[in-house]
Design a protein around this ligand. Structure first.
Ligand code: SAM
Ligand code: SF4
Length: 441
């Protein structure tokens, strides 16, 4: 990549993390030779239903086949032909817990509020990514439920179902989820990954440095009830990070949860991030977990995984639930990775363990005098409509708006830089990365 495009701007907060600044020459092709700036073009009104119109009437099988007929966006396809149709957005840096493995004891420096993406900016980026073929969006954090406007935000993102979004998911610690679940289900919530590392209320307080076990259990019960009584269809996964000597003795009780509950418990290998005091000795490996479970349940068996699953899925015959393992440390799953991440301060991160980031926030604020995009600016700049039209314009032979084109060029260049796989044990723990709370898992 040409030097002008990969100009590195240091981050004051994470001095080791190179931040790829935006390409200074507008509308360059591949950052090699500058291409003359094209006149700003707004495509003629394409066949896009107004925002207030009802859901499209086409049967979903026909919609799926129409969508599948379009080749997957080249911007979201990397050099290893991995198609990134899953976007994880961190919507806050704040959290109401202080988990040992995630939050450094001394806390993390929080960004000034004006550095964080506003809800209109998050909805705009979601719209643009969905226009390019993203079918799954997960909101995470920090703790996403502490963001005050999470409900209206989810409502807006949920509307992208009409443009091809199939899954709207949340990763949460469950502390205040139960109060918001009804409204989230109405917005189209399809999956919850709920973090819980112990079934013992006292141990909960040790691992999270806060109280709240009962509230988390209430959220679990509420999801199960919404599913059983109201057919909400919210896929529930319980994420449990296993740390040697801290909660490894709870593996079997967690497996027992699935005896009569329709949920998947996922055991996660403890990963190193800045400030979390990771050591190889504290990591309890997939193989060790498997051995412990098989000793109690000899029939424990593998079930087929889906194409882009990060976890290896098993079941105990006769149990309603399943068990998964996220083995980032001992068996990476980079070959089938379809994930992109946006941090709450608006950086695109193409790999959880990669430390290069590119700012989308600065790009989208340019037209707004570098100020955060408010609801009014969203309307006056016609952001949502032009993002929604990006894919259709291309399909119908119109040039894509310059603003979206430029953003997509930057996203595409970052995706193309994604490596075949991330580093392994021995290197990862010495790499500079954000603390996990500022990435979002
Ligand atoms: N606050 C939410 C929660 O806890 O679910 C969302 C953010 S949290 C950073 C996302 C996920 O990352 C959680 O499932 C958490 O267990 C996991 N996580 C955090 N630190 C980790 C670490 N060091 N190793 C493995 N998983 C980690
Ligand atoms: Fe907060 Fe989630 Fe990190 Fe725990 S894992 S400190 S709940 S962000």
């Amino acid at each position: 990549m040409a030097a002008h495009c990969s100009r590195v701007a240091g981050r004051a907060r994470y001095p080791g993390i190179p931040l790829m600044s935006r390409c200074l020459r507008r509308y360059s092709s591949g950052c090699g030779q500058a291409v003359p700036k094209e006149p700003s073009f707004r495509p003629p009104s394409l066949d896009v239903p107004p925002r207030s119109s009802p859901e499209p009437q086409l049967p979903s099988s026909r919609l799926d086949s129409l969508k599948d007929a379009r080749p997957f966006s080249s911007f979201l396809t990397d050099t290893f032909n991995r198609q990134h149709d899953y976007l994880r957005i961190s919507i806050t840096e704040r959290c109401n817990l202080r988990c040992l493995y995630c939050m450094p004891e001394e806390g993390v420096p929080l960004s000034p509020p004006e550095h964080l993406l506003t809800t209109p900016e998050i909805v705009y980026l979601s719209t643009l990514f969905v226009s390019q073929g993203v079918t799954k969006i997960r909101l995470t954090g920090g703790e996403p439920t502490v963001r005050k406007d999470i409900l209206p935000m989810m409502q807006e993102i949920g509307k992208l179902r009409r443009d091809g979004l199939k899954e709207l998911c949340l990763t949460t610690n469950g502390i205040s989820l139960h109060r918001k679940l009804d409204s989230m289900a109405e917005s189209g919530l399809t999956g919850v990954n709920l973090s819980l590392d112990t079934l013992d209320p006292f141990q909960f307080q040790i691992m999270t440095r806060r109280k709240g076990f009962e509230a988390v259990m209430k959220s679990i019960e509420k999801i199960l009830e919404l599913n059983e009584r109201h057919g909400a269809g919210i896929k529930l996964k319980i994420n449990c990070v296993v740390m040697r000597g801290i909660n490894d003795r709870e593996i079997l009780p967690f497996v027992e949860l699935g005896r009569d509950k329709v949920l998947e418990v996922r055991f996660i290998e403890y990963m190193p991030f800045d400030g979390n005091k990771w050591s190889k000795g504290k990591m309890f490996s997939y193989q060790e977990m498997l051995d412990a479970i098989k000793a109690k349940y000899p029939g424990f068996e593998k079930v087929p995984d889906h194409k882009n699953d990060t976890s290896k899925t098993y079941r105990v015959p006769g149990f309603k639930g399943k068990v998964g393992f996220i083995t980032s440390m001992t068996h990476n799953f980079c070959g089938t990775c379809n994930r992109l991440r946006i941090t709450s301060d608006g950086n695109l991160k193409v790999c959880l363990f990669g430390n290069t980031e590119v700012s989308l926030r600065d790009m989208i604020r340019q037209e707004n005098n570098n100020k955060p995009i408010s609801e009014d600016a969203l309307q006056s700049l016609n952001l949502l409509e032009s993002a929604r039209q990006a894919a259709r314009a291309e399909d119908q032979g119109y040039p894509v708006n310059e603003r979206e084109r430029e953003l997509l060029d930057i996203i595409g260049a970052a995706v193309k830089r994604k490596k075949a796989k991330h580093a392994g044990i021995g290197i990862l723990e010495n790499m500079k990365n954000r603390p996990m709370i500022l990435i979002g898992g």
